[in-house]
Write a protein that binds this ligand. Sequence first.
Ligand code: IPE
Ligand code: IPE
Ligand code: MG
Length: 248
Amino acid sequence: MENTLKSQIDLKRLPKHIAIIMDGNGRWAKKQGKIRTFGHENGVKAVRDTTEACAELGIEYLTLYAFSTENWNRPKYEVNALMRLLVKTINAETKTLNKNNIRLQAIGDLDSLPKATREELQQAIDNTSSNTRMTLVLALSYSSKWEIMNAVKKLTEAVKKSEINPTDITEHSLEKHLCTAGMPDPELMIRTSGEHRISNFLLWQLAYAEFYFTETLWPDFSKQHLYEAILDYQNRERRFGKTSEQIK
Ligand code: IPE
Ligand code: IPE
Ligand code: MG
């Protein structure tokens, strides 16, 4: 089954960049009478499988929304558990990332992370920085409004220092100051767990992305689910404001 789905994918029309809102860990745990953090722990396998599947296909960038700015408002116990899980997972997976030639990067307000998490993350980023097969981007303490506001601040400073003239500001000038500077915009955005919202994720970068929603809860998300999402994406006509006739 898995192979037949995979074999239907047109490797010449792959998205360069896939972004995923990994949602539903808490509900997954609750369904089996366990505490929410059990769901987070069981979401790690889905991260591993999805990363591997993307690398095998030849996807260049995979961005995973792991922790939002708003998630700081969760109970302290859960926030601490998530931070610990991050350190543990990053530490355990760095070897595999290197073996698979995958580079790790992170976007978000990384300064707000606890010291141990920040250091572990930075180490993994440095240790994998020369890998070339795929870039795995973790969105951590990330929110898009924060990111855009920050970019505006930096642009304003550049104007103040006369490094740029306000009339010369383009979309590209702002993009240079986003956390995703230098990355292509995601063509495909997947959200699991049946929620149909964007939750402050990549508002600028997803301007023309195709959205794919699945009822599957994140810990159940497998390579096969990823193949289904990519096939769905490949069956769409991306018009970018033009007419269907102009595209053909
Ligand atoms: C996603 O699962 C993981 C994080 C936001 C860290 P949730 O924890 O949001 O799970 P649900 O949505 O409550 O089921
Ligand atoms: C979005 O999921 C953030 C992550 C997946 C890390 P949430 O579960 O926090 O989003 P809302 O609150 O349901 O919109
Ligand atoms: Mg959720």
